[in-house]
Write a protein that binds this ligand. Structure first.
Ligand SMILES: *Cc1c(COP(=O)(O)O)cnc(C)c1O
Length: 382
């Protein structure tokens, strides 16, 4: 080869492909595009015989993540996206468009609440947000042009467990699609697709990634819906980068181990809060699955606790506006996830100054219990 000049050599200075084969861990395909040896090879992409062309559309690492979560969910197909929010948007737009109507739960994750209540109208989608704890209320809000019922399998921050069978039954009666955010439950606890849900969405930023080092989203569900969603992801440029996909996929390998420990710890902590005289309410599901009941515990403290001081006395438990990492963290819905809600909306879903959401990690259960007991003791008002 005539690689004479540095300028030519420097750009063709590539590691032989052979050196990456047989690797135990999936290599990171950190490439924006794929090359073709001739025009017929390029043509084979459009004929569906060659999978990769351009990473915004598809990449081996994002495929690996989408496929692996789809298998864990028992879904036909899966796809990875740049974040939980882009997965939610792409999923909704794969089902509903201009002139359609959707019915969504009113107690959704703050970002989703904003997306659905404020942003969907720019796509010409009409929205009703109602309480899904009463399926009659959902049924009453169905209109002739309704296309989708949207909710979370375990809601945030009060951890209401959705009646998925009832929801699917209602959707089938009116031939509607169903979409469920399974972020809090993870496929380790619940598989909504197996209950008949059409599309599941995850913020892989949370338990799937599990280490608070990646922002990513995943969709899993019926193949024809996933295909349409993937087109939206590509059109909006909401694709996940190969490295982020690789990180999320690496994290997902320990999902069962982490969720098992985190759920057990959460259950112990919820029990200890129930006997603490300074805790007004403990929100923790009675039952989610045989594998456990989730790793989020929400508490409402009594007015005897100085809330500012409580957050200062948490020691190694940090305040973080996220959840699901291996470390126990706390968040404050009032000023973070539910900040954009009006006072009236917050009151309706039950958020107030004394509500704290805890994301339980993999530490020793007794250490976690002791840290919170101390924080409450040290923050009692005069
Ligand atoms: C975090 C979260 C989202 C949004 O996901 P991002 O990855 O932050 O975009 C959606 N739903 C739930 C339940 C979440 O916890």
């Amino acid at each position: 080869m005539s690689h004479s000049s540095f300028e030519t050599k420097v750009v063709h200075n590539k590691v032989d492909q052979e050196t990456i084969s047989n690797s135990k861990s999936t290599p990171i395909y950190q490439t924006s595009a794929f090359t073709f040896k001739d025009l017929s090879h390029l043509e084979s992409y459009y004929e569906g015989n060659s999978p990769y062309l351009y990473s915004r559309e598809r990449n081996p690492n994002t495929d690996e993540l989408g496929d692996s979560i789809a298998r864990l969910e028992g879904a036909e197909a899966g796809a990875a996206t740049s974040s939980g929010m882009s997965a939610i948007l792409a999923g909704i737009l794969a089902i509903a468009g201009s002139g359609d109507h959707i019915v969504a739960a009113e107690d959704l994750y703050g970002g989703t609440h904003h997306l659905i209540s404020k942003e969907l109208e720019t796509f010409g989608i009409e929205v009703s947000m109602v309480s899904f704890s009463n399926l009659q209320e959902v049924e009453d809000s169905i209109k002739p042009h309704t296309k989708l019922l949207y909710t979370e399998s375990i809601t945030n921050p009060f951890l209401r467990v959705e009646d998925l069978q009832g929801l699917v039954k209602l959707a089938n009666k009116y031939q509607l699609s169903t979409m469920v955010d399974n972020t809090f439950a993870t496929p380790y606890l619940l598989n909504p697709c197996e209950a008949g849900v059409d599309l599941v969405v995850h913020s892989a930023t949370k338990y799937i990634g599990g280490h608070s080092d990646v922002t990513a989203g995943v969709l899993a569900g019926k193949e024809e819906i996933i295909k349409r969603a993937v087109k939206k992801v590509s059109a909006f440029g909401a694709n996940l980068s190969p490295f982020e996909a690789w990180l999320a996929q690496r994290g997902a390998k320990t999902l069962a181990l982490r969720m098992k420990q985190q759920s057990q710890n959460a259950e112990c902590l919820a029990k200890s809060f129930r006997s603490n005289p300074h805790v007004k309410h403990v929100y923790y599901p009675e039952f989610v699955s045989e594998n456990g009941h989730g790793a989020i515990v929400t508490i409402e403290l009594k007015k005897s606790v100085d809330i500012e001081r409580f957050f200062q006395c948490l020691g190694w438990v940090k305040i973080a506006p996220t959840l699901a990492g291996v470390e126990t963290t706390v968040s404050y819905p009032l000023t973070t996830s539910h900040r954009s809600l009006t006072d009236e909306q917050r009151a309706k879903v039950g958020i107030n100054k004394y509500v704290v959401r805890l994301s339980i990690g993999i530490e020793d259960a007794d250490d976690i219990i002791e840290q919170f007991r101390e924080a409450i003791e040290e923050s009692l008002g005069e």
